[in-house]
Design a binder for this molecule. Structure first.
Ligand code: EPZ
Length: 420
């Protein structure tokens, strides 16, 4: 298993172009099943979750190839299979959106229960409830879910919680129909909005994009489409956190600052200089007196994103005073705290209400730590960039699921980082 070795104490400084969004690319890759022909996806991130999704699509009958500069060509002219193997689908959460896509294209699907990070139970009850209310027949076996579309999805459905994946699944299952579907209490994360823009560019008729109510007018066919994935807001927030942690000065390009406003607001309140442009963010932490301790509560978009919670926990370990984090989206997303404490952080986790209390320290120290999940692993890299000496982060495969060449990127920005 690979590890990332970080030699701390070097500011993360310079200019970078951010990768394409993992959490937009994955549902859009699934959605390409709906297109009886070629889908061209530009600015597609080269990360292991995308490679895994590509393998699944190939198993279903898609022909897929990479072109230069992160362009993916997918030919979904013939989709032969409707059943996913556990071996691939079990590796990641986003395989669940293939349920909606296959229902759209083939009117049936079998999906093994999805895998994912150990940040919580991650049930799929909302997905299945919404699909059932759309008229889809659902049968749960001990290995997975079999779904069959015997009539056109129609009617009005209210999600019990604005689940990102369940919103995406419901949209994908409703595209092909001679009726209309109204989805209420939808997630409005940019990755949901982007999937809807992609589908409309291919000829779907979705109204209310960006709002909590989506109206899907069914169509009979989608056209071939070329689409460019937007910058990854969480990866951008992560690299900016590395600049904050090391008193660097970083420009991130190809990113819409509006998708990261709650995070940028926090970085400013913590004492860093932030300037935003139409498609770039500049952060300068080099002149900061000290890092302000602050409280953060994660919420669905546009609240503070749960996917930035671990990274901000790392920042709080060296803040001036006591910070608090309340995690409202996933029930088990504080596993990084124990690893940060190995580096000299002072974090305690309290129950009722479940929260992390972080007492800032002057300096973190080197340690051997283990990435507990994707974003927790990134948080440990951020902490190691400030720690004195050489820190080893094991289970680097978690980090490679969502960050394209994080080692090369940090080295280009002045970090002393190697993959071993
Ligand atoms: C997506 O996961 C993202 N993953 C997650 O990013 C992100 O943290 C999450 O949205 C929230 O923004 C991808 O897009 C591939 P949810 P998803 O359904 O769709 C509960 C990362 O680091 N829930 O909005 O699975 C669930 O357990 C990953 O890139 C149910 O109870 O998130 C969680 O507590 C991590 N039943 C909450 O809702 C359901 O049927 C939010 O989950 C579905 C969800």
């Amino acid at each position: 298993m690979s590890s990332i070795i970080v030699h701390g104490g070097h500011p993360i400084t310079g200019e970078m172009k951010i990768q394409g969004s993992k959490n937009a690319a994955l549902p859009i890759l699934a959605a390409s099943i709906l297109i009886h022909g070629i889908t061209v996806i530009k600015h597609c991130p080269k990360i292991t979750d995308v490679f895994c999704m590509i393998e699944i699509l190939k198993q279903l009958g898609c022909q897929i190839s990479w072109e230069e500069n992160s362009t993916l060509i997918i030919d979904s002219s013939s989709i032969e299979k409707v059943r996913l193997s556990l071996e691939e689908a079990g590796k990641m959460r986003s395989s669940i959106t293939l349920l909606g896509a296959l229902l759209g294209r083939k009117r049936e699907a079998f999906i093994p229960y999805p895998g994912g990070c150990s940040i919580g139970k991650r049930p799929i009850d909302i997905h299945l409830t919404v699909l059932k209310e759309l008229g889809i027949e659902i049968e749960q076996t001990e290995k997975g879910v079999y779904a069959k579309k015997t009539k056109a999805p129609s009617g009005k459905v209210m999600l019990s919680f604005p689940s990102v994946g369940a919103t995406q699944n419901a949209v994908l299952a409703s595209i092909y129909s001679d009726s209309q579907v109204i989805l209420k209490n939808c997630a409005i994360e940019p990755e949901v909005t982007e999937l809807c823009y992609f589908l409309n560019q291919a000829g779907a008729k979705i109204e209310g994009i960006g709002s909590k109510t989506l109206i899907i007018h069914g169509v009979s066919r989608l056209q071939e489409v070329t689409y460019e994935i937007r910058g990854d807001r969480i990866a951008a927030g992560t690299y900016l956190a590395a600049a904050v942690m090391t008193r660097g000065s970083l420009t991130v390009k190809k990113i819409d600052p509006k998708e990261l406003s709650s995070v940028l607001e926090l970085y400013q309140k913590m004492g860093n200089f932030v300037k935003v442009y139409q498609d770039a963010i500049f952060l300068d932490a080099s002149k900061r007196k000290y890092l302000e301790a602050l409280n953060v509560t994660t919420e669905p978009y546009p609240g503070f994103p749960t996917d930035m919670q671990s990274q901000v926990m790392s920042l709080m370990t060296i803040a001036n005073g006591k910070s608090e984090i309340i995690e409202n989206v996933f029930e088990d997303r504080f596993k990084t705290a124990a690893e940060l404490n190995k580096m000299g952080a002072e974090i305690t986790i309290e129950e009722n209400p479940k929260r992390a209390l972080i007492q800032g320290v002057k300096q973190l120290s080197k340690a051997e730590v283990i990435a507990p999940d994707l974003r927790g692993g990134a948080a440990l890299v951020i902490a190691a960039l400030q720690a004195e000496g050489e820190t080893k982060i094991e289970n680097a495969f978690y980090i490679e699921r969502g960050y394209e060449d994080i080692v090369g990127t940090l080295r280009d920005l002045g970090g002393i980082v190697v993959l071993r």
